[in-house]
Write a protein that binds this ligand. Sequence first.
Ligand SMILES: Cc1ncc(COP(=O)(O)O)c(C=O)c1O
Length: 389
Amino acid sequence: MGIADPSKRLEAMPPYKFQELERQIADKRAAGIDVISLGIGDPDGPTYPYIVKAMQEAVADPATHQYPSNRGRDDFRQAFAEFYDQRFGVEIDPETEVIPAIGAKECIYNLCFAFLDPGDVALASDPGYPVYTGGPILANATPELLPLVPELGFAPDLSAVPADVAAKARLMFINYPNNPTGAVAPEGFFEMVVSFAREHEILVVHDNAYSETTYDGYVAPSFLSTPGAKEVGVEVFSLSKGFNMTGWRCAAILGNAEAIQTYWRLKTNVDSGLYEAVQVAGAAALLGPRGPLERMNETYARRRDLVVGALREIGVEVKAPKGTIYVWAPVPSGHTSTSFCEAVLEEAAVVISPGSMYGPSGEGFFRISLTTPDDRIEEAVERMREHLS
Ligand SMILES: Cc1ncc(COP(=O)(O)O)c(C=O)c1O
């Protein structure tokens, strides 16, 4: 055993699927080719000015310079309570039903360590955000996949979960508006989740990373607005995408008070809380004007229409998503996800993500991210039209 050998649990992690594509991109760039990346879901717009201003003032205040508590500042928890009330009609007790998280990724990962023992199962949307499977694997538990298929509006068929799997399941990860499919929660789906979770005593984790990024008048609900949701679930709300704050690591977990207490117990052993100035800025973001967010959504909608239009022109049957920053589309026949993405890179020098990166049910699809400036998206779309028609 070498000093740098990974633990068995790290060894058990699936290989990083983007590796080969990244190598090809690097080779192309080294050869002087202008590669346009539509791969990563990282908003290209800056954080809105009123949030930056709140941060600048908070950083200058020495009261924010010491260790924060994992419970979070009163004004942060209060801002979430107000936001959830006004935006979703959900009542949150700021004392017991919300604490900060250092981004949704941290929260999802640590929930696995707070709730899963070896032999336990976590139900994970497939395709899905990779931590829904990586977290359970690292916690020595077993992720069981919930396939999301277009026929069911990219919602899992809960009646298809085998009884023995449901009996071992302790956590269930769902996410609407959904990455990578762009789907929004079908009517009645959250209600089904609540009754399934009640029946099998599963803690539902709704990853709400995209509720503020929606189009065509669609307004995304909180999972917690479903009757009974707080009895069986928590919601992770990230400010990363809607508020252009991916770099800030600002999120919160809300909902079931006992589950939040358990997560907090784990966290006190792992990290030392969310920087207080970020909490001040996060509170300002939640309670600030909606205008910048609406303008950002108009920008994404314009880009979405551009991408969807071009894909349809080259014969790809694609639905325009009502939410998220992604277009999810089937690969042309004769291709796998990977072979199509490689062909697009080879012929058009445009990077798109193979659906298989997000789980086996993503095979046969590709994902385009809308987080690239308009002129580059236009150029990418033009190249795809030219080379793939
Ligand atoms: C569904 C989903 N959850 C969580 C995250 C990460 O959120 P955060 O930046 O708060 O860690 C992402 C980022 O791509 C995501 O797509």
